[in-house]
Write a protein that binds this ligand. Structure first.
Ligand SMILES: C[S@@+](CC[C@H](N)C(=O)[O-])C[C@H]1O[C@@H](n2cnc3c(N)ncnc32)[C@H](O)[C@@H]1O
Length: 254
């Protein structure tokens, strides 16, 4: 591994690419998805990539930035001629996306009640709720209640406020006819059903309703992962994929 990471190898047990190649030959065929949930230096992903397998890697540490991304970029650019490259006649190609996992949106307070994680500021919260509810995060300068939209006429407003009937009425008036608004707030008073253009939801509850608990098998269907919105030219790495928090300077693993 000296060639790949310089003189000092930070991994105690680096796996030779040939060994992983043998494993993948036995267990997979081209196009299959290979999961390495402890990515480390990224050998499994690099080998899977060169063998025409798709791959998902998860890494807890900084190796994503120090090792995995630089390594996979070299693989894609055809600059990594070590490992199994010669054996599989690797010339480069393909690409990958990477994400940083956000902190948990909810946490339990000292009484066991679910509350919004203090690490979330208003923008992060609005972006996260948009994502959960299927809206595109697109805050408007003109209308404080437009944090995102699902169509030209359907919007979402996210606030940690407890809304009064007067505030709901004012929102309904501003939204007007021909448009609709999903209002996500901490709490509200009055009858939310009286505003035909508003749907009102409470934030911890609406998030919890989308969570699954206590399964032995969550059956994540990795074949139906959401597709990237913008197309990425072949043979390039998606630079800092727009993630949960568009504009976040961080880059993410996986
Ligand atoms: C020995 S390396 C794995 C090597 C790797 N599978 C390969 O193909 O070269 C183990 C890695 O797992 C990571 N790790 C440990 N716990 C983890 C967790 N809960 N989630 C994600 N990664 C984790 C460590 O940071 C370490 O980089």
């Amino acid at each position: 591994m000296i060639g790949l990471y310089g003189a000092q190898n930070v991994f105690d047990t680096p796996k030779p690419e040939r060994l992983i190649k043998r494993v993948l030959e036995i267990a997979t065929k081209p196009g299959d998805l290979v999961l390495d949930s402890f990515a480390g230096s990224g050998t499994t992903g690099a080998v899977a990539h060169k063998m025409g397998r798709r791959w998902i890697m998860v890494e807890l540490g900084e190796h994503c930035h120090t090792h995995i991304i630089p390594r996979l970029k070299k693989v894609i650019d055809g600059e990594d001629q070590g490992g199994i490259s010669e054996a599989v006649n690797w010339k480069g190609g393909g690409g990958f996306r990477y994400y940083r996992l956000a902190p948990s949106l909810l946490q339990q307070d000292r009484w066991g009640q679910w509350v919004i994680n203090k690490e979330y500021n208003a923008e992060m919260l609005a972006a996260a709720i948009c994502k959960l509810e299927g809206f595109t995060y697109a805050p408007s300068d003109a209308h404080y209640w437009q944090h995102g939209k699902s169509t030209e006429n359907d919007f979402i407003y996210v606030t940690t406020q407890s809304l009064t009937p007067e505030q709901l009425q004012a929102l309904s008036d501003e939204v007007g006819e021909g448009r609709s608004l999903l209002v996500c707030c901490s709490a509200f008073r009055g009858d939310a059903n009286r505003y035909p253009n508003l749907t009102v939801k409470k934030i911890p509850k609406m998030v919890l309703s989308r969570c699954e608990w206590g399964h032995d098998d969550y059956s994540l269907n990795v074949e139906n992962l959401p597709m990237q919105e913008k197309s990425v030219p072949k043979q390039t790495v998606a630079p800092q994929q727009a993630g949960l928090f568009e504009g976040d300077s961080g880059e993410g693993a996986a």
